[in-house]
Design a protein around this ligand. Structure first.
Ligand SMILES: NC(=O)C1=CN([C@@H]2O[C@H](COP(=O)(O)OP(=O)(O)OC[C@H]3O[C@@H](n4cnc5c(N)ncnc54)[C@H](OP(=O)(O)O)[C@@H]3O)[C@@H](O)[C@H]2O)C=CC1
Ligand SMILES: N[C@@H](CCO)C(=O)O
Length: 461
């Protein structure tokens, strides 16, 4: 097997090259990095940059060196950093350091991080961030500021970390008109759903495990309520469809309302429940939604388990393409952050108009598209509810469904739960609004009791 001599991790007989002993031409000064944050992502970035310094330098023709780090807890960081790295407790002091060429923002949050990124840009520094919340909420203003200053603002680590999906959309698929994209883009919720389905672990335990492994956001409600996936979907959609960021219009639903019962029923029917982010172009504009959906067991996206992510893209020339990799993690995210630094080494000296545009098309050509009300977006649905034990026979229930506006439902369960029967249906394709109207009509005739659980069924072909 070919062994890259510069890569030593899997070969104990090859020494790890020192971070500084590169064979670069002395005329090219190193790219000097200021790192905001030394947590899961920051430490991963620092570690990989040092471990693979020679290899990266061979690829860029320029060394990349971390010269300064800012954190809150300097005592912890002190023990992790080489003595030559300047350690600061004031992140604003870092973005003002003249010796920093590029600021890597991996602090998280949308307030201090926004001020820091704006100040770095105002100081004429390039910025690399993995902070999708910051970009989804303030990206339009941040990209405008970066453009005005002629600096790079790069964010490959913000979406589906170890998958170079931003590069794929902006560069690899740049010849294509994209029809839709769909993905599993939150590692934590996929990890939770996988653990609940395959190991019978509780939701709370699975979330605690994801947090312990560093996958979850500082505020994990962003993961489980779908907000993190919505941030990423906004970034993907802008790159796919040439729009400014339209995060506020993403229809967002997480996995907290899902029950183990629905996951089990779905499995028995041959489906898996996955939290999907879907962006689709139609005649009215764009569909932008994050929600748990049923996917057929044999669908490629249904094979994505644990904290892994995958994105499927349907475009006119390339057809269907799919991208798979780790969705979270320390060195996995570092891989993307460093890829942005490598790109920066290659593009920093280019005139700004010759660089890859922030959202894939020239800023002057970005055009918002109307975002459709998902209440009208049709699909098949999984529906579960209870009815009284002696209210209707299966045939009578199907007749009531027909009368209520659900002419072609498949009745998959009609099981005894004591005083009640558990009913599971798969509907024909219809809009959520039409489904709600039909369920209201069924409730009126006593064919539905208590809560109704509905999930979209996606086939994504
Ligand atoms: N974890 C992951 O797998 C991924 C995370 N991301 C994103 O990367 C970013 C960082 O995430 P992650 O590394 O997990 O977060 P962590 O909580 O692990 O690390 C955050 C780091 O930022 C520092 N920090 C936070 N606020 C301040 C502040 N006001 N001043 C100085 N330092 C500060 C913390 O310092 P201290 O240690 O002293 O508290 C810590 O070192 C987030 O935007 C996240 O969404 C993106 C992709 C994957
Ligand atoms: N919390 C995020 C981290 C990666 O963006 C996730 O679980 O996907």
């Amino acid at each position: 097997m070919y062994q890259d001599p510069a890569f030593s991790r899997s070969n104990p007989h090859v020494a790890i090259p020192s971070a500084t002993a590169t064979s670069m031409p002395p005329s090219i000064a190193p790219l000097r990095v200021g790192l905001l944050g030394l947590g899961t992502v920051g430490l991963g970035t620092y570690t990989v940059l040092r471990r693979n310094a020679d290899l990266i330098a061979m690829r860029t023709g320029q060394a990349i060196e971390v010269v300064a780090v800012a954190v809150r807890n300097t005592a912890r960081a002190q023990a992790l950093l080489a003595p030559e790295v300047t350690l600061l407790s004031d992140p604003f002091a870092l973005v003002d350091l003249p010796e920093v060429d590029v600021v890597v923002e991996v602090l998280g949050g949308t307030t201090v991080a926004k001020d820091l990124v704006l100040r770095a840009i105002a100081n004429g520094k390039h910025v690399v961030t993995a902070n999708k919340a910051l970009l989804a909420e303030h990206g339009n203003a941040l990209f405008a500021a970066a453009q005005a200053q002629g600096v790079v603002l790069a964010y490959e680590g913000a979406v589906a970390v170890s998958i170079p999906i931003i590069k794929a959309l902006r560069e690899g698929l740049s010849a294509n008109r994209i029809e839709w994209l769909a993905g599993i883009i939150n590692g934590t919720s996929n990890f939770i759903l996988s653990a609940m389905r395959t190991q019978g672990v509780s939701f709370a335990q699975a979330l605690a495990d994801a947090q312990a492994q560093g996958f979850a956001e500082a505020d994990p409600t962003l993961d489980v309520e779908g907000g993190d996936a919505a941030h990423k979907l906004a970034l993907l959609a802008s790159n796919a469809f040439g729009t400014p960021l339209q995060f506020a219009q993403v229809h967002t639903q997480g996995i907290t309302q899902l029950t183990g019962e629905d996951i089990d029923y779905a499995a028995r029917l041959g489906y898996q429940v996955k939290l999907l982010g879907i962006a689709k172009r139609n005649e009215q504009g764009l569909e932008l939604r994050v929600q748990p959906c049923l996917l057929p067991q044999d669908h490629l996206l249904a094979q994505v388990h644990g904290s892994m992510n995958a994105v499927m893209v349907k475009s006119d020339a390339a057809g269907l393409t799919m991208y798979y990799g780790a969705g979270a993690g320390s060195e996995q995210t570092a891989s993307a952050v460093i890829a942005d630094l490598v790109d920066l080494c290659r593009s920093a000296r280019l005139p700004a108009p010759l660089r890859v545009p922030y959202l894939g098309i020239q800023a002057s050509a970005l055009k918002p598209l109307p975002v459709c009300n998902t209440g009208h977006a049709q699909s098949r649905f999984y529906v579960r509810f209870n009815i009284g034990a002696h209210t209707y026979s299966p045939t009578e229930l199907l007749a009531q469904c027909h009368a209520a506006g659900l002419p072609k439902v498949e009745l998959h369960s009609f099981s005894d739960k004591g005083e009640q029967l558990a009913v599971v249906l798969l509907t024909q394709a219809l809009s959520p609004n039409a489904l709600d109207a039909a369920l209201a009509a069924l409730r009126q005739v006593g064919a539905v009791r208590g809560a109704v659980h509905t999930l979209r069924l996606e086939t994504l072909q």
